[in-house]
Design a protein around this ligand. Sequence first.
Ligand code: HEC
Length: 270
Amino acid sequence: MAEMPKISLPEQFLSLTPNIHSGSSPNHSQLLVLAEMGIQTIISVDGPPPPEKYSHLEQINYIHIPVGYSTITDQQLSDIISAIRLSQELKTGVYIHCHHGKHRAPVAISAALRSMNMIDLETSLDHVKKSGLADRYKGLKQAIHDAVPGKSLPSPRKLRKAYPPEDIIENMSHIDKLFKKLKSANKQNWPVTPDSNHEEIALLLEEKIRELKRIQHDYIHEEFETLRLHSETSSKKLTLALQAKDYTAAQKNIQALSTSCKSCHAEFRD
Ligand code: HEC
């Protein structure tokens, strides 16, 4: 028997309202399936812009509003709301996606609809739970609570098909700030205070190092990726050590990470 052609939706595809859905990065055939369903406003909140060829598909309006893992800023919220309003004018459905469709996109859309008073808090929290938002992204979850209806927001920026990829220097300066905080905590033997959040900082650092992989840049070649992976591994071990409150291991991995920053800089910067 001939196989049926597979019509597949992007992974993690979940609907928040009949017209508004979130999930993972769609591929070309999934985009066409979405367009066929009338979902023609596609918002990417992923860091890297959507591939050039997708962002120019005729039947689709692709909008890029990159967001991070630590929070949804008021500016980003305002831009997302503006994209939703545009979809309402154009009478199209909306699909908002990040990379995996579990954390940033479901949170961003829930926060936006909540601040537009289109859904209540319970529905928002239910949507991010179903999408698989991990507890460790506390700032993202907080963004939903903070998106109270009627909140005053900055005016939206011009909606664009692609914001340039976050530049490697900008990424490095985030990495640097996060790593400095961890080194200083390590020096003080990981003090536990009501507002200490070592694990969360370590996790953000890990994400930033992982993101380096997807920044399109001249630097990206095999050797760079090998060195980046060393950093990612040490950083992951550091997060795990802090989660396990194993401060001896944490200290060891701070040193390993520091060495790996230096070896990549020796190759690619100095
Ligand atoms: C896989 C390679 C790689 C790794 C790993 C890496 N870096 Fe970098 N870093 C670079 C490159 C390349 C530049 C220079 C970017 C440029 O000038 O375009 C840079 C630049 C920097 C800068 C200077 C930014 C500026 O304002 O000019 C800082 C600070 C920095 N890195 C901190 C760190 C820290 C801290 C770590 C480890 C936790 C780290 N980097 C790990 C490749 C790496």
